[in-house]
Design a protein around this ligand. Structure first.
Ligand code: NAD
Length: 259
């Protein structure tokens, strides 16, 4: 537990399931005030809010499509109107589709970019604007991926969005460090969430993925949530512009384990 987080206000995008849900519940355990953003599934988001409250925090569910500028502005405004501040923003919402790069339509490229990268930029911009105006030494966590580093064939839009997120984070971290606003990235490896349902439900695929992970196991949302809580806390007060890989060693060239 990080006691300084108690009472802090956090917005988490795409928090109705998966990693976002895990972070919301962990922030609830830290007694934070949590805005659970969702895209479509209000019932799931409400259930996450209940989990946040059960864990000891406060929460509300707010619908917003992060690929839409006005929706993000409304999301941030609602957080401030409801809880009186904004201390932490977690840009977690993300999508991916699979397609050979030479066949990828511009429409599909933009869809992934608008959600994963442009949405995160607008979220950062709005949060920083608020933090500067109210002299808040807040912090922002962008959920990237090991694919900000590892190329991902058939997912050029996804990998490009995550690679972009790394430099977005580093640039904003540098620009706003003098104001005490910290901006960091968490890069998950393979985590057991609905995004990976196809891997989790297929033993063969499961084996292939585990063979890419030196720790030989797929991660859990709560492991990403622990990293997020630490980054948001005072314990990480001198940490900005970093990517924290939470990946069981996936980015360490596992092939070399064989000697
Ligand atoms: P998920 O599919 O379980 O959850 C993604 C969430 O984003 C959902 O709640 C979805 O509704 C939301 N979302 C999608 N488009 C949105 C939009 N336009 N507006 C608002 N919300 C939207 O996936 P997850 O595994 O929990 O992924 C969370 C983040 O972690 C993503 O950015 C993903 O790229 C990243 N990530 C996941 C893994 C993994 O193995 N699961 C690995 C690396 C990175």
């Amino acid at each position: 537990m990080f006691t300084d987080l108690s009472g802090k206000v956090a917005v988490i995008t795409g928090a109705s399931k998966g990693i976002g849900r895990g972070i919301a519940v962990r922030f609830g355990q830290e007694k934070m005030k949590v805005v659970v953003n969702y895209h479509h599934d209000s019932e799931k988001a409400k259930a996450v809010v209940e989990e946040v409250k059960m864990a000891g925090g406060e929460g509300i569910a707010v619908r917003a499509d992060v690929s839409k500028e006005d929706d993000i502005k409304r999301l941030i405004d609602t957080a401030v109107e409801t809880f009186g501040s904004l201390d932490v923003l977690v840009n977690n919402a993300g999508i991916q589709t699979t397609c050979p790069s030479h066949e990828l339509s511009l429409e599909d490229w933009h869809k992934v970019m608008d959600t994963n990268l442009t949405g995160a930029f607008v979220g950062c911009r709005e949060a920083i604007k608020y933090m500067l105006a109210h002299n808040i030494q807040g912090n922002i966590i962008n959920v990237s991926s090991v694919h900000q580093k590892i190329p991902k064939p058939f997912h050029v839009h996804y990998a490009s969005s995550k690679g972009g997120l790394r430099l977005l984070t580093e640039t904003l971290a540098l620009e706003y460090a003098p104001h005490g606003i910290r901006v960091n990235t968490i890069a998950p490896g393979a985590i057991a969430t609905p995004m990976n349902e196809h891997i989790l439900s297929d033993p063969e695929q499961n084996d292939v993925v585990r063979s890419l992970i030196p720790m030989n196991r797929i991660g859990e949302p709560k492991q990403i949530a622990s990293a997020a809580a630490w980054l948001a806390s005072e314990e990480a007060s001198y940490v900005t512009g970093v990517t924290l890989f939470v990946d069981g060693g996936m980015t360490l060239y596992p092939f070399f384990l064989k000697g």
